[in-house]
Structure formats: structure tokens, C-alpha cells
Design a protein around this ligand. Structure first.
Ligand code: FAD
Length: 302
């Protein structure tokens, strides 16, 4: 059996595996797609100490760093079941069952798409998902935020301080965000809120030039000219496969303590699949390191 088996090969999983292997214990990493979300990222400007890099380049460095150690890498493999017996067992979709004294879940998350024409086409060409990452690219420009929940309104408030104008597009008749956030939003001079609006299309040529929505009351179609669209309708953790094993929040995020421990002894979690409030590369790497140290601490006590 492994001492530490990491499930997920994004920034948090790579970091957890390196921290574990540096303790000289038997470490493995299973990943559906090594690199994780950063494989879909173009420019990265907030990975501190690296002024600018690109996702695939950072993913290649992660893999190179992991390969410096005696880590059993199982790429292109999906975990489908976790069970705690004498060891923690992880069953893969290919039928193999891996056993480990401890497991670190780092299966990440994915942004929910609006699924309208133009969204996929203009990803990284005006369509963005992360205001902390891409907000500064839209300085002085007009943008829309799709989604009026807490994340959408937080994004709109954040962006309003950087861009020229923000249009919030909410499908329902009311914003769902907390009222303190709504109050703050409505106090800003450069924000317009459009409710009851169904996004129909993100338009553009080589990059985004506008958004078309349908007023759900009048069924009239409207077009707003702008250069950026932030989709903020939810970040879904990749944790469905865990069923009712480890405790998760209503949103499906794995609940961890400050050592990355979950509700099952010996099972730890890190990164975007957990209930950590902010989802960023540097944060997920930190939490991967934290969970690996948590797992090591568990191993020497059990
Ligand atoms: P992920 O990166 O999601 O990795 C999850 C890993 O788990 C992957 O290897 C995946 O294949 C694997 N996996 C999932 N399910 C299973 C399973 N059942 N079995 C086996 N393996 C599985 N952050 C920044 O700090 N700066 C940025 O500029 C930035 N830009 C971004 C741009 C985009 C378009 C996106 C989508 C995200 C961006 N982020 C950015 C966020 C950042 O990418 C994430 O916070 C970070 O990748 C989270 O790392 P993670 O390891 O927790 O999860």
C-alpha cells in the first residue's frame, strides 16, 4: 500500500505529492488530467514571484518537479469510489483498487458554463471566469457579469474598481446575493443591473464585442456593446464520485479542518474541491502542502 495517495494532479495535488515524497514515504498520484484547470488557462500574472506564465507551461513545470521525486504517477486515470477499510481504498474507473494509509483528495472544480453561443469560442478572448485572475486585463473597458448570486455581485463590485463600466445580468427577477453586497453594488456609480434577463449570445469577431439578452418579461431582445464577459454562475467541485463518504457542504465542497483533515480519519483534502473560500493557484498549492503535512502527522501518530 501507499503511505500517501493523492487523487488529482492539479496545483494542489502536485504540491501535496512533493511534500509527501520529501518525507521519504511511499507516495502515489492519480490524475484524470495532470495539470488540472491550469491546462485551460492562458496568462497567469498572480503566481507570486513569477511575473507572467502560461497554464500549460506551469503544468509542465509541475510535472517536472513531481518527477524529481520517487512518486508513482498514474495519469489519465479517474477515481470512482472511496472506501475506508483497514486502508483507504480508491477504486479507479478501469477497475483497479489502490490502497493507502492516507489519501489526499485534490480533484479540483470546474466553472459552470452559461452554454450560450460565443462562450466557448471567446474563452480567453473576452470571456473570463475569475475576476482575481483576469480583472486587470479589462482596465478601462466595459464588461458584463453574468450571475447575481454572491460570487457574481462580489465580482461586479471588484471589477467596478478596475473597469469603466459593469453590467450585471441576472436571470431571475431578483438578485440572490446577500443584501450587504447588493447595497454596496447599488452605491457604485459605474454599475447597471439588468434582472429577468436571459443571456442569448456572446458576440464578437476575433474577440468579444458584446452580449445579447432577452428581457424575459417583454421577450424583447437587447444588445450591449462591451469587451468582456465574466461568467459567475457557480464553481462546481469534482466530488460527486465521493457519494456520502466524506462530509461535504451543500455545494458539494469537502469540509476540511486547518490541517486538511476530512470527516474520515486518514482522508485529507486540498485545493478547489474543498470548502476553502478562495480558489487560486497559489492558495491550492499552499493547501496541498498543508494537507500533506497533515497526512504525515497522522501517519506518525497511527
Ligand atoms: P484543479 O486544477 O481543478 O485540478 C484537479 C485535478 O484533479 C486535475 O488533475 C483533474 O484531472 C483531477 N481529477 C478530477 N476528478 C478526478 C477523479 N475523479 N479522479 C482522478 N482525478 C481527478 N488561478 C490563479 O491563481 N490565477 C489565474 O490566473 C487563474 N486563471 C484561471 C483561468 C481559468 C480559465 C480557470 C478555469 C481557472 C483559473 N485559476 C486561476 C484557478 C486555478 O486554476 C485553480 O484555483 C487551481 O487550478 C486549483 O487547483 P486544484 O489542484 O485544487 O484543482
Amino acid at each position: 500500500p501507499f503511505d500517501v495517495l493523492v487523487v488529482g494532479g492539479g496545483p494542489s495535488g502536485a504540491s501535496a505529492a512533493i511534500y509527501a515524497a520529501r518525507k521519504g514515504i511511499r507516495t502515489g498520484i492519480v490524475a484524470d488530467r495532470f495539470g488540472g484547470q491550469i491546462m485551460d488557462t492562458l496568462g497567469i500574472e498572480n503566481f507570486i514571484s513569477v511575473k507572467y506564465t502560461e497554464g500549460p507551461k506551469l503544468a509542465a513545470s509541475l510535472e517536472e518537479h513531481v518527477k524529481e521525486y520517487d512518486i508513482d504517477i498514474m495519469n489519465s486515470q479517474r477515481a470512482k469510489r472511496l472506501e475506508k477499510k483497514d486502508f483507504v481504498e480508491i477504486e479507479l474507473e478501469n477497475g483497479a483498487v489502490l490502497k493507502s494509509k492516507t489519501v489526499i483528495l485534490s480533484t479540483g472544480a470546474r466553472w459552470r458554463n452559461v452554454g450560450v453561443p460565443g462562450e466557448a469560442e471567446f474563452k480567453n478572448k473576452g470571456v473570463a471566469y475569475c475576476p482575481h485572475c483576469d480583472g486587470p486585463l479589462f482596465e478601462g473597458k466595459d464588461v458584463a457579469v453574468i450571475g447575481g448570486g454572491n460570487s457574481g455581485i462580489e465580482a461586479a463590485i471588484d471589477l467596478a474598481g478596475i473597469v469603466k463600466h459593469v453590467t450585471v445580468i441576472e436571470y431571475a427577477a431578483e438578485l440572490k446575493a446577500d443584501s450587504v453586497l447588493q447595497d454596496r453594488l447599488y452605491s457604485l456609480p459605474n454599475v447597471t443591473v439588468i434582472k429577468n434577463a436571459q443571456t442569448k449570445e456572446i458576440t464578437g469577431t476575433d474577440k468579444v464585442n458584446g452580449i445579447t439578452y432577452i428581457d424575459r418579461e417583454t421577450e424583447e431582445e437587447h444588445h450591449v456593446e462591451l469587451q468582456g464577459v465574466f461568467v459567475q454562475i457557480g464553481l462546481v467541485p469534482n466530488t460527486d464520485w465521493l457519494g456520502d463518504t466524506v462530509e461535504r457542504t451543500r455545494m458539494g465542497e469537502i469540509v476540511v479542518d486547518n490541517r486538511g483533515a476530512t470527516s474520515i480519519p486518514g482522508v485529507f483534502a486540498a485545493g478547489d474541491c474543498t470548502n476553502s473560500p478562495y480558489k487560486q493557484i497559489i492558495i491550492s498549492m499552499g493547501s496541498g502542502a498543508n494537507a500533506a503535512l497533515g497526512a504525515f502527522d497522522y501517519l506518525i501518530r497511527n
